[in-house]
Write a protein that binds this ligand. Structure first.
Ligand code: HEC
Length: 295
């Protein structure tokens, strides 16, 4: 037996092609082996790692709570409703948003000094909404899709909304009414909007002016992608610096680009078909005002 092996291996040495092939097979076997070890290790760490939610006050982390801790402290509910992101009825398991805020912030979130909550997603998207909305029932942070083994992908992007997804069960609690629906939620930041985004605020206008109404729309729907004077989202262009949008586009085109950008270009900017003419005029009034007070 030993002899025959010797003879074979001698033959291999004489045949460089066979030597190369056997070396390649050896490398392949080692790689498969390493891959298996890697997969086993990943499975191990999945068992002990729970996704977590960060709670911040004015941008400073005050708590970091993982799913296990959330489940241990607040009651989870099964909810079923028409999910506009999927455009169909969905069933989830999740916590009432008010319970989550109470766990993360204690009574601090009821302190009237704070005006807004900014929800940040794993990819950096931030949606900001006025805190009065969070006192209402209907908001849930869901952590499990009960119709699907993992999470069902949303739309053609194939993105999944887990590990945490903020949903609203009320019929009028839509993004159109400035309720935030962030997917892949990673942190919840309790803020004084004017302090966190002072360069976006139209200082010195009354709350029932057109300028202020336009600002509310901008705050609720645009600031996650656009900045004003360098503050805000970075997905789209700054709309007030170095020049205001009103300085280089006419009013008609600005309104068109807000309402129907997809009519003109392939863009990441979503259409806003539900904004009325009055809403668009208010946004424009806000842009004009911000241009006037710029220096
Ligand atoms: C998901 C991100 C996103 C949101 C939300 C968004 N935009 Fe945009 N917007 C963009 C991007 C990206 C551009 C860059 C130009 C393009 O791709 O068309 C843009 C361009 C613009 C322009 C400039 C068009 C031009 O060519 O000069 C205006 C004005 C504008 N957005 C206003 C708004 C307003 C007002 C809102 C809220 C009602 C809004 N956007 C919401 C991403 C967004």
């Amino acid at each position: 037996m030993a002899v025959s092996i010797n003879i074979r291996s001698n033959k291999f040495y004489k045949d460089p092609y066979k030597t190369a092939v056997s070396l390649l097979i050896l490398i392949a076997v080692i790689m498969v082996f390493l891959l298996i070890i890697n997969i086993l290790q990943d499975e191990d760490s999945n068992i002990t790692q729970y996704p977590s939610l960060k709670f911040l006050i004015s941008g400073i982390i005050v708590k970091d709570v993982d799913l296990k801790e959330l489940e241990g402290n607040i009651e989870a509910h099964e909810i079923k409703f028409y999910d506009p992101m999927y455009k169909k009825e969905k069933k989830y398991r999740g916590f009432e948003l008010r319970d989550v805020l109470q766990l993360g912030f204690g009574d601090e979130w009821k302190n009237s000094d704070y005006t807004d909550i900014a929800f940040e997603a794993l990819d950096g998207y931030v949606s900001v909404s006025s805190i009065s909305k969070f006192r209402e029932p209907g908001g849930y942070i869901v952590f499990s899709d009960l119709d699907f083994t993992n999470w069902e992908p949303i739309s053609i992007k194939e993105a999944t909304p887990g590990p945490f997804y903020l949903v609203w069960t009320g019929k009028d609690q839509t993004t159109k009414n400035e309720y935030p629906w962030p997917w892949q939620l990673s942190s919840i930041n309790l803020i004084k909007f004017e302090e966190q985004y002072s360069a976006v605020s139209p200082s010195g206008v009354s709350e029932n002016s057109d300028v202020y109404k336009g600002y509310e729309i901008f705050k609720g729907r645009c600031v996650r992608c656009h900045s004003m004077n360098g503050e805000g989202g970075k997905v789209g262009p700054d709309l007030n610096a170095p020049q205001s949008i009103v300085a280089y586009r006419n009013a008609y085109m600005i309104k068109e680009m807000i309402k129907n950008p997809s009519k003109y270009r392939y863009t990441q900017m979503p259409d806003h078909p539900d904004l009325s003419d009055q809403d668009l005029d208010n946004v424009l009034a806000y842009f004009n005002y911000m241009n006037e007070i710029r220096n």
